[in-house]
Write a protein that binds this ligand. Sequence first.
Ligand code: COA
Ligand code: AMP
Length: 651
Amino acid sequence: MIDFPLQAAECMSYQKEYNASIQNPVKFWADKAKALSWYKSPQTILSQDENGADRWFADARLNTSYLALDYHVEQGRGNKTALIYDSPVSASKERYSYQELRDQVALFAQVLANQHVGKGDTVVIYMPMIPQALIAMLAVARLGAIHSVVFGGFAANELAVRIDDAKPKVLITASCGIEVSKIIAYKPMVDAAISQAKHSVENIICVQREQGPAKLDGEFELDYHEQMAFVERSGQKADPVEIQGSDPLYILYTSGTTGKPKGVVRDNASHAVALKYSMSAVYDISQDDVFWAASDVGWVVGHSYIVYAPLIHGCTTILYEGKPVRTPDSGAFWRVVEEYGVTALFAAPTAFRAIRKEDPEAKELAKYDLSSLRTIFMAGERLDPPTYEWTHKHTKKPVIDHWWQTETGWAICANCLGLEAMSVKPGSATVPVPGFNIQILNSMGESLGANVQGSIAIKRPLPPGCLPTIWGDFERFKQSYLSEYPGFYTSGDGGYIDEDGYLFIMGRTDDVINVAGHRLSTGEMEEVIASHDAVAECAVIGIHDPLKGQVPIGLALLKDGVDITEERLQDELVAMVRHSIGAVACLKRTMIVSRLPKTRSGKILRKLLRQIADDEVLNIPSTIDDPQSVDEIRSVIKHNGLLKTKVNEAV
Ligand code: COA
Ligand code: AMP
């Protein structure tokens, strides 16, 4: 036990708030909604839509871009810094006040309006971490349109899949991204995606970067800066469009168990209320604070905590185009904290593992003044106790683990510093955030007692901020999240609650893995591997990695009569996965096996494979066809030095 003296049960302010949120959610959230400036306040707090899905504040009228920008300008805070852009990879730094950011967003919204983007249209944004990415998101929101940001590390094929699902009118991109010192040309990837997609995008708008300009062809490929200059000269600016609370703000694709990513939909009103509440209740942030989420706008953490929450709350946000290490060194995070007086830093544990690896004695950290920093928040993957302890010991700051998902959009479980800080237990994401009624269930749907591991489920209704559906596929939403345990949302994570009410997340119970804080689907990688001519069957599993948390490995069974070396097959499969999904997939190892554990009906026993990779006690199902396959797989993995080490696990 470290940091804060009180145990969860002793935190009466937290308990009171939490109980109020569970006993009377409608009253609770009606009250929280008052913190926002609505065009029309919600009259109906919770309702069901035509699918029977829970919707919060459906009849409210608002505009999220207004809440994030204009509202603050109207309140006399136009000169306050809204955004700091720090890019060691392009040697640039910029600051935007709320007024400047509002003006840029209004101009770009006009550019989009000139391309006939309006309420309800979709726009795909495929961009590196530059201010124009954030401006584009807020400009789309200003028009009441729906953005779908695609992470820049995804390959053309992934972009094409998202284009076909979201059916955007316009695609906004940049000429290149910069990965440390490597220039990644985006435009060729956009071109490949557009030619692969069935859906036709009407226009492309491209931000030209001097590090790698792109060739723009024809009248449908527009230069961002030229368009901005044009609307500025013409004196046009788009005003925020008033929309309905339940209108979607964005679609964010995330990995599921199958190859096709799921388009998580976020409503405007419920999102704004949840994020506003989270900034004070979870993060304890005021408008004087500088909030830095060292993530990417392509992920949910970037959507919620680089863009929307800090701006809706009215504090300063940082957009950092760099890595925790190598840009230029492992002091990068601490330099940013000192330079901008960061008060809260939020990043994935893998970032701190990368820093620790290069600077175990924290010599770089000692060079900087971290006095502004009050708290370090971590999420995106399990915070392993050694990383927690290293960070806590060297920064001497509270380190707060919190658990959430793209689907929820904000923390499900946290140490809610703004309500009442409670004692930290390394390895635990602490307690449920108000609004989330968490239960640990067994396969029969029965609630389990303290310290018994099961599926983590959330009793409906989910609080505001969480997804009401999958874009264009309510059935998939129902199937994926609501059907396993009636009345509950299935999180896909397993874990337990201890005798003090602390939640411990033990990992996914499905085929989703988490690589360097990036959520990936093993099913999707399997589809790529299975398309290789030599492969009859395959499985991809996540194995433990000391830096990235997990990395995928492929197990391939060859077709009869195929003659290929393991090395050549591996090179080809790695290249295929990079080409099809992107470098972020981090698939570097594949192995040839002579059989895979299967049921008698021919289904690959993936859960068993996960248990083998994690070196857990094996639950070998009675339906297994060939029990010897288990030992064989285990010895192949062991032989390759890939069995999980237990070193990092000691609490
Ligand atoms: N655009 C293009 N390529 C990208 C990319 C992007 N936005 N992001 C990553 N990649 C590429 C990398 O260049 C690398 O390519 P390579 O195999 O050719 O070297 C590959 O994808 C793997 O990237 P990554 O897993 O990030 O490894 P890394 O060695 O570059 O960096 C970390 C390791 C730990 C420093 C980095 O992963 C990190 O900072 N992770 C934190 C992630 C995060 O913030 N997640 C959000 C949840 S809070
Ligand atoms: P994403 O949707 O990309 O945010 O990934 C969500 C998944 O990341 C969760 O379902 C968990 O498996 C994992 N995750 C996120 N935060 C944590 C955490 N604090 N502890 C353990 N796992 C986490």
